[in-house]
Design a protein around this ligand. Sequence first.
Ligand code: PGA
Length: 256
Amino acid sequence: MKIPVVAANWKMYKTPRECMDFVEKLRKKTLDREKATVILFVPYTSLFDMGSSLGNDSSIGLGAQNVYWEQEGAFTGEVSTGMLLACGAQWVIVGHSERRTLFGESDEDVRRKATAALKDGLSVIFCLGESLDERERGETGVVIERQVSSFLSGLGRDDLRNVIFAYEPIWAIGTGLNATPAQVAESHGLIRDVVEASIEGMGEALTVLYGGSVNHGNCRGLSEVREVDGFLIGSASLDVDQFASIVETITEVKSK
Ligand code: PGA
């Protein structure tokens, strides 16, 4: 049985002090750490403090929301894999739709970031998903295939063991309008098929999260989708009570 993964993407929210407060409160919750993996994707500015605080606590994973593929150099404003690792991060998100749409990241940029991260020992959450226009034009499948195929080029079976996929339709992110369980099941199935066609035996083994307006109200229905292995959560992850209640719900559903 796969252990569900619940990841918080805090985006450009929370000061270092606020991040530390969240962790202190989360630690007091009686979550079953054996039955769910929790990962916090915090702003760069909080990574060092969080890494020092979580040092010995392997039950909460720590990640960054972005990375650059070069090791060092004249790249003003960028942060390397080595810098993230030195702060205690084990994870990094690549390909989030806000990076793609607001900051112009291409499939090729996403692939380069993932390749560098995996090579240097970070695990990766790879985000993908279609826009509303693409869905309405009936192109969801084509977009998913393109994004997954581009991501996989150059990666092997061993790399994929350190990758989690996150299906996040752009129209569902931050809108309050989550994808339906049926839409999620279909897209997750397609992601698995594309991976399986490229690397035999990996389709089913893959961990695939759903992201896009997940909250304590809709998480039970989404958890019941067999193809869903967990969530990547934005706004509902900012509140520790709501975040913990989502972790509890999916843990309960997936333990049945
Ligand atoms: P949301 O964000 O939960 O606020 O929709 C999800 C994400 O961007 O990862």
